[in-house]
Design a binder for this molecule. Structure first.
Ligand SMILES: *[C@@H]1O[C@H](CO)[C@@H](O)[C@H](O)[C@H]1NC(C)=O
Ligand SMILES: *[C@@H]1O[C@H](CO)[C@@H](O)[C@H](O)[C@H]1NC(C)=O
Ligand SMILES: *[C@@H]1O[C@H](CO)[C@@H](O)[C@H](O)[C@H]1NC(C)=O
Length: 362
């Protein structure tokens, strides 16, 4: 642990100047959520991570069969060794968790795999839901929370035919989540293959065949931009569809530093809020949580600490698509950055997750 802290201090000597360079807006130099509170110098708190992947045999086959995954592999991530890690929930995963201070991973999605792991107490589960059939999704959420003690659901942000969840058909699912007191994690998912490979017409494909590679087009449509933008878009559609008016207690988790929503909040709020009884700003403050999954940069955190309640910012890695080592180095840099107090660092590290997911800390 201490080597990460040292590494963080060495890697981020520029941070005091970054924080002091933040412009003083009308809401104050530190943003609407104020200056970090000063607090004691505690030892490194444990980390809980929420967007961590493991695939059952059938989903693993689907993953392998998806041509976009092969293309993304060609365009950058996932790196070597990722595939076996997606299937493993034993010694290798636990050793990586131990080495990187992760006490609990919330994985998606199989209770039997958690039970069979050498350390079931180190894992929690998010349900996987049949989102194309909202009534069945609600029933499955109820079943797996009741039968397996799962702590919420992690779902694709839209269906394969690019339809979203703003309509009343999904009210039964939101009602189930609110009734059970569990959050729904909106996770990025694939664009259509045509959008990636059809040069000239595909949203992410080049205008001229060969101008950029299919791997680059796949990255543009997924990991580098597209699926993040579409996930934040899914949240905005739920807002406009009145989901949070009908279910004011519904809690949604957005990974990857908020799937662009925090950076557009001021402008999206300005143009989308008229006509609804709660502004987008209010819904973001009361119904959204944001995790750091897969983005290990302090620049977006600088935005988050200004416009997002620190009780709603949670550490996550995105293992094995991102590495626990890179996550630990990021957390060390966050801890010494001055962007959060030590007490707030502990909230981000595990306390906010423990509260949201009702995990008893010992
Ligand atoms: C915590 O305390 C140690 C030892 O007193 C000191 O070296 C370190 O700089 C302190 N860290 C912070 C973040 O205050
Ligand atoms: C998308 O799929 C869902 C689930 O099968 C279906 O209910 C919906 O009508 C489809 N939407 C479009 C635009 O085809
Ligand atoms: C942040 O969230 C906490 C916990 O819900 C709440 O008590 C506090 O008032 C919020 N802070 C602001 C500035 O809204």
């Amino acid at each position: 642990m201490h080597s990460f802290i040292r590494a963080g201090l060495l890697l981020f000597p520029l941070l005091p100047s970054l924080t002091s360079a933040l412009p003083a807006a009308s809401i104050g130099a530190y943003g609407k959520y104020g200056k970090p509170a000063t607090s004691g110098n505690c030892t490194l708190p444990p980390y809980y991570t929420l967007e961590e992947h493991w695939l059952s045999p059938s989903l693993f086959q689907q993953f392998l069969a998806n041509p976009l995954n092969a293309l993304i592999g060609g365009g950058g991530s996932p790196g070597g060794g990722t595939l076996p890690k997606l299937r493993e929930i034993g010694a290798q995963r636990l050793a990586s968790m131990d080495a990187n201070n992760i006490q609990i991973q919330v994985i998606s999605h199989l209770a039997a795999a958690i039970a069979a792991s050498p350390a079931p107490a180190r894992f929690r589960g998010f349900c996987i839901l049949p989102m194309a059939a909202p009534g069945a999704a609600a029933a499955e959420l109820r079943r797996c929370v009741a039968a397996h003690g799962f702590v919420g659901a992690l779902v694709d942000a839209h269906l394969a035919n690019a339809s979203y969840y703003d309509g009343a058909a999904y009210d039964s699912l939101w009602a189930a989540a609110v009734g059970l007191g569990v959050p729904i994690y909106l996770h990025p998912t694939y664009p259509s293959l045509a959008d990636v490979v059809d040069a000239g017409t595909g949203l992410y494909a080049p205008s001229v065949a060969g101008e950029w590679s299919a791997g680059q087009a796949a990255a543009l449509g997924t990991v580098a931009w597209g699926w993040h933008e579409r996930t934040g878009f899914g949240f905005l559609r739920m807002y406009l569809g009145g989901v949070f008016e009908r279910f004011p207690e519904l809690q949604v988790i957005l990974g990857h530093m908020g799937e662009l929503v925090p950076y557009y909040l001021w402008r999206s709020d300005l143009f989308l809020s008229p006509g609804l009884s709660r502004t987008l700003d209010q819904v973001y403050a009361g119904n959204a949580y944001v995790t750091t999954s897969g983005i290990f940069s302090l620049d977006p955190v600088a935005t988050l600490v200004r416009n997002t309640n620190r009780t709603r910012i949670l550490y996550s890695v995105d293992y094995p698509f991102a590495s626990n080592e890179d996550g630990a180095a990021f957390m060390a840099s966050l801890r010494s950055s001055g962007l959060v107090s030590q007490a707030e660092f502990s909230q981000v590290a595990y306390q906010n997750a423990a509260q949201l997911l009702k995990i008893k800390t010992t």
